[in-house]
Design a protein around this ligand. Structure first.
Ligand code: SF4
Length: 239
C-alpha cells in the first residue's frame, strides 16, 4: 500500500486506518517537534499531489481484503506525512470514502490553510476534524511551527473560528506543548482567550514523547500539563 497506513491505535482517536494525501514531508510547516524530520517541500501551493483515484483504488482493495480489521475500525483518518489540505482533491476523496465505507471520517490538519474559505468548504464532509494550534503570537508561532512565509497566525485563528461556525461535525483542537517554548502560563492564558473564541468540542493537550529527529525538544512534565489543563477548563484533556 502506498497511500494507506495502519490501522493504528492512537491516543487521540483510537483505531483508525490512515490515508496520506501528500508526498513525504510536503507541508506548510516545519515544526520543531516533527517526528518525521525536516520538511523537504515547504509550500502553500495546493494541487493534486497524489491522484485521488489512486488512493480510492487502494481503499477499495483494503476494505475488500480486510473485512475483519475493518469491522473494528473507529475512523478512516486523512492525515499522513505532510499537510493533507494541500491536496486539492480532498473534497473528492471524502465523497468517495463515503461510497466505500460507512466508517466515520476524521481529518487531522495543522490548520494552516483554514483561512481559505474554499479549503474549509472542501472539508465539511468529514465527521471529525482535529486541527492544531500551538501558538497564538506571531513570534511563538514562528518559533515552534516554522511556517511558510505567507502564513500568518491571525489569519489561521480566524480560519478556525470560521470553521467552527460552518462545520457541523466534531472539532477537537490539538495543542502540542514543548517545554520552554510555548508552555509559559502567560502564553497559555492568551491561548485560552483564542480557544474560547474558536469554541472546539475538546482541547487535546499533547507533548512530544518520542525522541525528535532534530533540535533539543523537551517534554512538558506531567504536573505542568495538569496545571495547563486546569487553566483551559473542562473541555481540555491530556492525551
Ligand atoms: S504540521 Fe505535522 S507534518 Fe508538518 S511539520 Fe508539523 S508535525 Fe510535521
Amino acid at each position: 500500500m502506498k497511500y494507506l497506513y495502519g490501522p493504528v491505535k492512537s491516543r487521540r482517536i483510537g483505531f483508525s486506518l490512515g490515508v496520506s494525501l501528500t508526498p513525504f514531508k510536503t507541508c506548510t510547516f516545519d515544526c520543531i517537534y516533527c517526528q518525521l524530520g525536516k520538511t523537504t517541500d515547504l509550500t502553500t501551493q495546493r494541487k493534486e499531489y497524489i491522484k485521488i483515484n489512486d488512493i480510492v483504488d487502494e481503499l477499495k482493495f483494503w476494505f475488500l481484503n480486510n473485512k475483519e480489521e475493518a469491522a473494528s475500525l473507529q475512523f478512516v483518518t486523512i492525515s499522513g506525512s505532510g499537510e493533507p489540505t494541500l491536496n486539492s482533491g480532498i473534497a473528492n476523496l471524502i465523497k468517495q470514502i463515503r461510497g466505500i465505507t460507512t466508517h466515520q471520517i476524521c481529518l487531522i490538519t495543522n490548520s494552516s490553510l483554514l483561512s481559505n474559505p474554499a479549503v474549509r468548504q472542501e472539508i465539511l464532509g468529514a465527521d471529525l476534524i482535529v486541527p492544531s494550534l500551538d501558538a497564538v503570537t506571531p513570534k511563538l508561532f514562528t518559533k515552534i511551527d516554522f511556517p511558510h512565509k505567507d502564513l500568518k497566525i491571525n489569519d489561521i485563528v480566524n480560519g478556525l473560528i470560521a470553521l467552527r461556525r460552518e462545520f457541523r461535525g466534531k472539532l477537537w483542537l490539538e495543542v502540542m506543548l514543548v517545554k520552554g517554548v510555548n508552555d509559559d502560563l502567560r502564553h497559555i492564558k492568551k491561548l485560552k482567550e483564542i480557544i474560547e473564541r474558536i469554541n472546539p468540542d475538546k482541547i487535546q493537550l499533547n507533548s512530544p514523547v518520542r525522541a525528535p529527529l532534530k533540535n533539543n525538544i523537551l517534554t512538558v512534565d506531567k504536573s505542568k500539563l495538569n496545571k495547563i489543563k486546569a487553566l483551559l477548563g473542562d473541555r481540555a484533556e491530556i492525551i
